[in-house]
Design a protein around this ligand. Structure first.
Ligand code: BGC
Length: 341
């Protein structure tokens, strides 16, 4: 959305806290600028850095005031940070919850204070969430399951999933299992370990992978890794056994390190979710909501255990060696000189 357009919208509405000068012909009039609060769970995975940078840039471009906090994987800290965002006058909160269930209280408190809440990337469960902006997360898992089962149609599988308090982790796993379960039922695939990794911790994933390799005398044929952080950790464990590149490993996020591993041949694939687009879409939706305007781009509804939440869902794209350049480099998500360094 262009700055001029937003200014026009701002000039038409009376909102939020700060004031902005809107020119009306020669005359300058004072207008309210809506304040948006953003709460992200972490900056550990590179993708969350991209979301942050994009949101900040779009807010700057369109003249929205943004206050952004990072919870460092701590649900209680996130709850307090959101209280403070609302206290600072945020009219809309964009929240990527650390803990999908615990974050219901963030929604309740925000609503009491008259603010709206967008669940960002991760769903907030059991609450009257106003909007969900994310990807088709079941599809993410399906893409992982499809890629892995093509590379290893039979054999011994390690199935890792993300943090149990992150609703996405269950969605990704469910998507992958849509593909893998029939092969498990046919006994083509044997799952020797099916484990969630708390907080998506690469360190825990590496320990887990090292232990399962030892327990099965390195006889592992495929690893379902739910994101690139965990994939990198599993590949490090495989490397220690001279198995990197010999055992297919999935991923997600299109991290630079993952793209480099794909080029090197140690990671089979990643799932590209354009988090820049997601960040921009969320900010635009927040602006509309703050101004009492209808939100454009809604293309679905997702039930969160309490209500059907109107949703804007973007498409994930599977990336392997074959389409890495066209998907990630031509789109300017990653730089050629970094990937092929
Ligand atoms: C996100 C992934 C991310 C993971 C760990 C998930 O909810 O969808 O993109 O890798 O959290 O931060």
């Amino acid at each position: 959305m262009k700055k001029a357009m937003v200014s026009a919208l701002l000039c038409a509405a009376s909102l939020g806290l700060g004031m902005v000068g809107c020119s009306s012909g020669e005359k300058k009039v004072q207008q309210a600028v809506p304040k948006v609060g953003v709460s992200l769970p972490t900056q550990r995975e590179e993708r969350w850095v991209r979301d942050k940078v994009k949101m900040e840039q779009v807010c700057r471009d369109i003249g929205l005031e943004l206050v952004l906090k990072v919870a460092d994987n701590d649900a209680q800290r996130q709850d307090k940070q959101c209280d403070s965002l609302v206290a600072q006058g945020a009219k809309v909160l964009i929240v990527a919850p650390q803990d999908g269930k615990a974050a219901a209280s963030i929604v309740e408190k925000a609503h009491k204070a008259g603010a709206k809440v967008i669940a960002y990337d991760r769903m907030i469960l059991g609450a009257d969430v106003d909007l969900y902006v994310s990807f088709d997360n079941v599809k993410v898992g399906e893409l992982q399951g499809e890629a892995l089962s093509k590379l290893a149609p039979k054999g011994v599988y390690v199935v890792l999933s993300g943090s149990p308090d992150d609703n996405n982790a269950a969605q990704f796993r469910a998507g992958a299992m849509k593909v893998l379960q029939p092969l498990i039922d046919k006994k083509d695939i044997t799952v020797v370990l099916d484990q969630a990794i708390q907080d998506w911790s690469p360190a825990e994933a590496q320990k887990t992978m090292t232990a399962v390799l030892a327990a099965h005398k390195n006889k592992i044929d495929a690893v379902l890794a739910p994101n690139d952080g965990i994939a990198g950790a599993c590949i490090a464990a495989l490397e220690a056994q001279n198995l990197a590149g010999k055992v297919p490993v999935t991923g997600q996020d299109a991290d630079l390190a993952a793209a480099q591993r794909i080029v090197k041949g140690t990671q089979s694939m990643t799932v590209y979710k354009n988090t820049r687009k997601l960040g921009a879409v969320a900010v635009q939706a927040a602006l509309a909501m703050a101004m009492g305007q209808p939100v454009a781009m809604i293309n679905g509804k997702v039930n969160n255990g309490k209500v059907d939440v109107p949703a804007i869902l973007c498409d994930p794209i599977a990336v392997d060696k074959g389409n890495l350049d066209s998907a990630l480099i031509s789109s300017d998500y990653l730089k050629k000189e970094d990937v092929y360094k």
